[in-house]
Design a protein around this ligand. Sequence first.
Ligand SMILES: Cc1cc2nc3c(=O)[nH]c(=O)nc-3n(C[C@H](O)[C@H](O)[C@H](O)COP(=O)(O)O)c2cc1C
Length: 320
Amino acid sequence: MDSVLTPAFFIGRVPVYGDALLAPMDGFSDWPYRSICRGLGAALCYTEFVKAEFVGMAFEPMQPRLAFEEDERPVVIQLYGNDPDELLRAALRVQQKRPDAIDINLGCPDRRVNQGGAGAALLRQPLKVARIFRKLSAVLDVPLTAKIRLGWDDCRNYRLIARILEENGAAAIAVHARTREQGYGGAADWDALAEVKAAVRIPVIGNGDVRTVADIERMKSHTGCEAVMIGRAAIGHPWIFARLDRHQVPPEAVRQIIHRHLQRNLQFYGERKGLLWFRKHALQYLKSQNIPRPVRTQILQQTEARAFLERLDAAFSPLL
Ligand SMILES: Cc1cc2nc3c(=O)[nH]c(=O)nc-3n(C[C@H](O)[C@H](O)[C@H](O)COP(=O)(O)O)c2cc1C
């Protein structure tokens, strides 16, 4: 109840009412999925990242990735890039959409992103980070935030980067508690999150290995972070934002959310792509249901939404 009345924290002047945020996830955190997560209590969502260069040149296929609805605010648009001028051009263009904040990705470990000096590769260029944030924060009128990792490899320069970000105008920092080298494996280092929290005054959002409802409080009390960001554990399980673990969600609720999520996918992407791009979500929703594997496979192989939903309902009926 308190979180409805009192903001958990602010990003610049933007109040955030709650402490569990949906992570930016390429291929997942689009409008249909974000709207589902917001509906279940995610306090704030990030878009999938978009390459600054594409935004700057108004590359049309990027538009769906930048789209959001008024009722999902607060929403953060995430950009990646290496060139301060390119990032500024992109941020100014994106700002016209009035997102609640613009985030720069300093954490992506993907080789193609890193080759251009973007994502986690920026952690190796602290001066460049300072230039980017100084330049953008001086001009933007929406808050500028960053999402970082602990470092590139064994050079764990997260405290330095966090201070540079704060001194150069960042309004909040999300920290994925792994190095680039760790990718998505190995344990996230929550002690490092506590160190970042102690090093800066702006809000710190902890990220990495929040898998259960209990983990949300555990990470907050271990680190002192204002909020936690949840990625993989929310795929197929947006109820984590409603503070429910997988085993606590009745099959009927899962069935209904699959219907709603698919409907929004069809609305957003059209019939063909909408179903095609829903499959990866469906797979994760169905994972925890007691549905025989061949039946699951049959559902996922459907090429028309109506047939997909008919098979789905038939598979759920013995569970209800
Ligand atoms: C499929 C996938 C796509 C991701 N895409 C992005 C992205 O676009 N931008 C970003 O900053 N992080 C991205 N991440 C990283 C997540 O935001 C998050 O930092 C990471 O998954 C660790 O959190 P978790 O342990 O809760 O999953 C992605 C992660 C996954 C699994």
